[in-house]
Design a protein around this ligand. Structure first.
Ligand code: AMP
Ligand code: MG
Length: 320
């Protein structure tokens, strides 16, 4: 992936030109077929496809997460109540699973006000979509096998439907072998330093899993062993993280302890905590796949603006 960013490609005056270009049409065709393959793959595996919520009184705090770079959490007033724009549907997914949707997924638009300097990474947008899924009773390895199967099917589908388009884009489809390698975050940090995600991604020629990453309260933490049962999927060639997920916390005492420890406002999660206290939450595992980032990799583009019809680049608010 080219690291230099062609920011002139995403200036306001170029927006329509970019949208109407033949190349963008090729990319968006592959995007559409990726969505077809992803959703079909989850449906074939018995998942229920639900629609997202866009506003909510409680959303993902995105804190603490070592790679988060959120500079504001926009709120608006609806019917006299303060609500937030969805940052992720993690809490809603846990409640869906608890309500009996044993395998569920949502194509969920997330609004995250990333710092302006994130425009340069080529991988951050302030509005993007996750294929966010959750499975009751699942463990880390179940999710690994599920995602590896889904990705193989996506690539197979694109080989059949989009060979010509991908050739024109100069994008060779990835050949990868599952199961992917698994690393603990600490070992990558020791080898590559704090920028392990980018450096390990550049060095790798296949996707790989990273586990045991200290972050938000809802990821399961084995407090005795000091281990987190969570994971990221890292794409090769510098494309970096495309998925984050975890086995989940479901017990009230532990959730409350972790919120206090991490300085997360318990008041903002009153209803969720009340349900946890009543024993409503159940063990589950899941993840969110960043759909734009997946297509960025599949089409071998260098900036996320190239895969969004109306780019949402940190610091750049376009007229449409
Ligand atoms: P998270 O659980 O916060 O890691 O989000 C899940 C996935 O969404 C990530 O692995 C990325 O693929 C994608 N994602 C997160 N933040 C952004 C962003 N600002 N722009 C584009 N994609 C993102
Ligand atoms: Mg993440």
């Amino acid at each position: 992936m080219k690291t230099q960013v062609l920011l002139e490609n995403i200036q306001v005056s170029d927006l329509f030109e970019s949208l109407s270009s033949a190349q963008k049409r090729l990319v968006l065709h592959v995007f559409s077929e990726t969505l077809r393959a992803l959703t079909s793959s989850f449906l074939r595996r018995g998942f229920t496809w639900l629609l997202p919520v866009v506003t909510s009184k409680a959303t993902d705090p995105l804190w603490p997460d070592p790679v988060a770079s959120i500079e504001a959490r926009p709120e608006l007033e609806l019917y006299g109540e303060r609500v937030r724009l969805t940052q992720s549907m993690i809490l809603h997914k846990q409640l869906l699973v608890a309500a009996g949707y044993e395998k569920v997924f949502v194509l969920s638009p997330n609004v995250r006000v990333e710092r302006r300097d994130r425009a340069k990474t080529g991988r951050h947008a302030y509005e993007f979509t996750q294929l966010d899924f959750e499975v009751k009773g699942a463990k880390r390895e179940d999710i690994f096998r599920l995602v590896e199967g889904v990705l193989s099917e996506v690539v197979e589908h694109l080989e059949e439907c989009c060979e010509k388009q991908l050739l024109e884009l100069g994008a060779e489809l990835e050949k990868f072998r599952a199961p992917f390698k698994v690393y603990r975050m600490k070992e990558l940090e020791e080898k590559y330093g704090p920028d392990w995600e980018t450096l390990a991604s550049i060095e790798s020629s296949e996707p790989f899993w990273v586990t045991d990453i200290p972050r938000e309260f809802y990821d399961y933490e084995d407090l005795e062993r000091g281990e987190w049962h969570n994971y990221d999927l890292i794409l090769p060639e510098g494309y970096g993280e495309v998925l984050s997920g975890a086995e989940r916390e479901w017990q009230y005492d532990k959730i409350a302890y972790k919120m206090r420890r991490d300085g997360v406002s318990m008041d903002s999660y009153r209803y969720y905590l009340e349900l946890a206290k009543r024993g409503v939450l159940v063990p589950s595992a899941g993840a969110g796949i960043g759909v734009e980032r997946l297509v960025l990799w599949l089409t071998k583009r260098s900036h996320i603006a190239e895969v969004q019809p109306f780019p949402r680049i940190p610091g750049i608010v376009t007229p449409l």
